[in-house]
Structure formats: structure tokens, C-alpha cells
Design a protein around this ligand. Structure first.
Ligand code: ADP
Ligand code: MG
Length: 443
């Protein structure tokens, strides 16, 4: 095939229509060029269009909405008052904190007051801060609705409403809260909805609350996390999972990992076990107090913590660049969660490794994930920790091939790589072969 060379013009933040103080802050953050989603979203957002945006995790969605939001604040506003001009709704407290930080980072050269209103924060403090006035309000739906209903938030100045990780907000059961909030914001506001995946429920929400939205789909869940290497280990039982985990955590390539379990209790238990084995590990889940969650996240960010054992909800949206590995100790029940989980590694264009443990009962989960991502996950074996099970289904795997697989073990002997019975091959490529690694960043 002959390559047709495209003329690629340099893309810079300067071409997007952002004011100088914002451009300076972006530069200070070390960003040299906009990501694909930023490139497509920012100019349209500045024009005032409603947007329905889907883009993979780690692709830079926060700046895609926060930069145009800040741009709005640089313009003169008509209505005096204390209420927010920008409202960002996020599914979790952690994400709200991250978005608030982003507003501070990108708005450092502007006089902008950002405030987060999330559960777990004492009301008196929150109420006092609200009284003092706010430009950008970042909130979780439950607490937002609480504060609205008690009359503490004046929405009459609201110009822009942003729904971040809207898919997750629906998954978490915030649909009614969202609708109640959306019903009370000024009709004239601009609305932007961001999501990693666009499902029918999202489209319905968009249809009822967005006005003639521009649909921007950059990298949906269906496209590959091309910078993330995905592996699957068959695990016979929990003891086997624990030994695999031990070996992976001890590998020299390991910097920091998030290990996912399916229950809060198990997250606590596993973190404790790992700690006992000498790993620097801690748990994070929804039952923990906000202070403890913040401290854990801080420790992770500063590198003092190596292993975070988490549940889906708690780890949602965590953006820590040192995360080299995501390990699915238990596979998620929903394939979408797999996409969100592995997106915790490979941040900001880096490479990452996502490892899943699958027991004999998990074949349907793996199949769902592979369908959603349109990708095979390569089966991998660690030398000395070979599973008794070799495949999910009874019919012997057609695709068993010798050698070439990844192994953490001593380099003696070729590791085995096998396909799953019945669907080991696709497009004539060996199962699980990743496509060429490319950066999700716009060129
Ligand atoms: P998403 O919300 O799509 O999952 P984030 O907004 O959390 O992604 O961004 C992921 C990471 O990429 C963050 O660390 C962020 O600072 C970084 N990032 C965002 N935009 C750029 C850019 N233009 N250049 C370099 N890094 C960027
Ligand atoms: Mg995000």
C-alpha cells in the first residue's frame, strides 16, 4: 500500500481562540499542543454551541471543557450576583476535586473563584463558601441538588453547564438528580456533555437537555486504548490470583498499580494482605471518609503509595501519571467499567499495562469486553505460575501457538500464548495482537 502523505499543519493552542492569560497557563502546565478532543471541542464551545462529546479516558477532556469555560469568564457578564456562571457536574468527589484543581491550574492568571460542592464536606463550611460567591462550581449531583433545594445556590447567572462522565453519572443512579437539576437551570445556558462512551441512555439525556448539539466523537470506548498493553491471565482460584499478583507487583517494570476488586470488603482485605507482604498498599472505596480518600490519593500522586486497591466507583477518573499497571483482580461485571479501569494507566500519552485475572467462570465477561473494545486480550502466562485451566470453553483452542507471548518469569523457555476456544482469531491476526502504538494526541 502506498502511503499518501497528508499535509499536516502545526496545531497549536493559539489557533483555538483562547485569551492570552489562558494560553499562558496552558503553557505553564507543559502542554505544547492540544489533544484531538481539545482541538475539535474548544473552538465550537467558544462559539457557544451545545456539545455531545465522546472520547476515551486520558484524552484530555477536562481541558476540553475547562478552557472554553474559563474563556467565557474572561468576557464581561451582565448579571451581578454570587451564583456560579459555570457549573460542572461530576459523578464522584475525587473527580470533582480533580476538576476543581484543573480550573485553578488553567485559570491561574485569571481572577476566578472555583468551589466544589460534594458529599462528605461539612455543610457549614460549604455554606459559608457559597455565600462568598463563586464563578465555577464543581459538584456531585446529590449534594448539588441538596444545596439547590435549600436555596443556597443562585443559578440565575448560569451560562454554561458541563456534565463530565455523564455515562458514569447515569450508571451510578444519578438520573433523577440530574433531571431535577437540569430542570432548574436557566434555559438560555449552553450545555456540554462529556462521556467516555455514548450509550442510548446518554443520547436520551442529550436529546432532552441539549439544544441542537454538535456531536464530537474522537476515541470512543470502541476504539482501542492503543497505548495500553492488555493481558489476560487464567487464574484457577484465589490463591493463584494472589501469587500472580505478587509476581506482577514484584516485577521491575512496576511503578504504581491500581488493583480492582469487586467488593469494598475485599479491597480492604487485599490491601491489608499486600501490606503484610511488604508492598506499600492501601484501599480506596466509597465507604471511606473523604479525608482518608484524599490522603490516599495524595500519597498515590506523590509516589509514596505503590498499590491502590480500589472499587470501580472510587477509582473513577483518577488521573495519576505514575500508574504503570492496572490489574483486574476481579473482572468487572460491566464491560464499560473495563474501559474506564484500564484508562487509569497510559495517561497523557504514556504507555501502560492492563492485566486481568480470569477464572473459568469469567468467559462471558471477557467476551463482552472484547466485543465492546473490538479487541482480543492476549492470554499471558507467568513462568512457574501456569494455570491448570488453559482456556474457557471445552472445545480445545484452535489458536494455540507456540512462543512469542509476554512473560514476567525468568527468560528460560518460551511462554505459552493461547487463544480462546472458538474465537481465537480475528482478521487473520494472532489473538490479542495490539495494533501499532500511537499517541492519542492530535498531530
Ligand atoms: P480525560 O478526562 O479525557 O480522562 P484528563 O482531562 O483527565 O482526561 O487528562 C488526562 C491527562 O492528560 C492529564 O494529566 C492532563 O493534565 C493531561 N493533558 C491534558 N491535555 C493535555 C495536552 N494538551 N498536552 C499534554 N497533556 C495533556
Ligand atoms: Mg475526565
Amino acid at each position: 500500500m502506498t502511503a499518501v502523505s497528508e499535509i499536516v499543519l502545526p496545531v497549536t493552542f493559539e489557533t483555538l481562540g483562547l485569551a492570552a492569560p489562558i494560553l499562558e497557563a496552558v503553557k505553564a502546565a507543559g502542554y505544547t499542543e492540544p489533544t484531538a478532543v481539545q482541538l475539535r471541542t474548544i473552538p465550537e464551545a467558544i462559539k457557544g454551541r451545545d456539545l455531545l462529546v465522546s472520547s476515551q479516558t486520558g484524552s484530555g477532556k477536562t481541558a476540553a471543557f475547562m478552557l472554553p469555560a474559563l474563556q467565557k469568564l474572561t468576557l464581561q457578564h451582565e448579571k451581578p450576583g454570587r451564583g456560579p456562571r459555570i457549573l460542572v457536574l461530576t459523578p464522584t468527589r475525587e473527580l470533582a476535586v480533580q476538576v476543581t484543581k484543573a480550573a485553578d491550574t488553567y485559570g491561574r492568571n485569571l481572577r476566578v473563584k472555583t468551589l466544589s460542592v460534594v458529599g462528605g464536606m461539612p455543610y457549614p463550611l460549604q455554606n459559608r463558601m457559597l455565600k462568598n460567591g463563586v464563578d465555577i462550581l464543581v459538584a456531585t449531583p446529590g449534594r448539588m441538588l441538596d444545596q439547590m433545594n435549600s436555596g443556597r445556590i443562585d443559578l440565575s447567572r448560569l451560562q454554561l453547564l458541563i456534565l463530565d462522565e455523564a455515562d458514569r453519572m447515569l450508571d451510578m443512579g444519578f438520573k433523577d438528580d440530574l433531571e431535577a437539576i437540569l430542570a432548574k437551570v436557566p434555559k438560555t445556558r449552553q450545555t456540554m456533555l462529556f462521556s467516555a462512551t455514548i450509550e442510548p441512555s446518554i443520547v436520551r439525556l442529550a436529546n432532552s437537555f441539549l439544544h441542537d448539539p454538535l456531536r464530537v466523537a474522537v476515541d470512543t470506548a470502541q476504539t482501542r486504548h492503543v497505548n495500553i498493553e492488555q493481558r489476560l491471565h487464567f487464574a484457577d482460584d484465589m490463591g493463584h490470583k494472589n501469587r500472580l499478583l505478587d509476581s506482577i507487583l514484584g516485577h521491575p517494570d512496576m511503578q504504581q498499580a491500581i488493583v480492582f476488586t469487586s467488593t469494598k470488603r475485599h479491597a480492604d482485605q487485599l490491601a491489608q494482605d499486600l501490606h503484610g507482604k511488604g508492598h506499600s498498599a492501601a484501599a480506596m472505596h466509597g465507604d471511606m471518609h473523604q479525608g482518608a480518600r484524599n490522603r490516599t490519593l495524595q500519597a498515590l500522586r506523590r509516589g509514596g503509595l505503590k498499590v491502590l486497591v480500589a472499587t470501580d466507583v472510587a477509582a473513577r477518573g483518577i488521573d495519576v501519571q505514575g500508574i504503570s499497571h492496572v490489574i483486574n483482580y476481579d473482572l468487572p461485571m460491566q464491560a464499560e467499567d473495563y474501559v474506564h479501569r484500564i484508562g487509569r494507566t497510559g495517561r497523557a500519552g504514556r504507555n501502560g499495562i492492563a492485566i486481568s485475572f480470569a477464572s473459568s467462570r469469567d468467559s462471558h465477561l471477557v467476551r463482552d469486553i472484547e466485543r465492546l473494545t473490538a479487541q482480543k486480550i492476549e492470554v499471558s502466562v507467568i513462568e512457574g505460575l501456569e494455570p491448570k485451566m488453559r482456556a474457557f470453553s471445552k472445545p480445545a483452542p484452535r489458536g494455540a501457538r507456540p512462543g512469542g507471548g509476554k512473560s514476567y518469569g525468568k527468560p528460560s523457555g518460551a511462554p505459552r500464548r493461547e487463544g480462546f476456544g472458538g474465537y481465537a482469531k480475528r482478521d487473520g491476526r494472532p489473538a490479542g495482537r495490539s495494533p501499532a502504538r500511537t499517541s492519542p494526541y492530535a498531530k
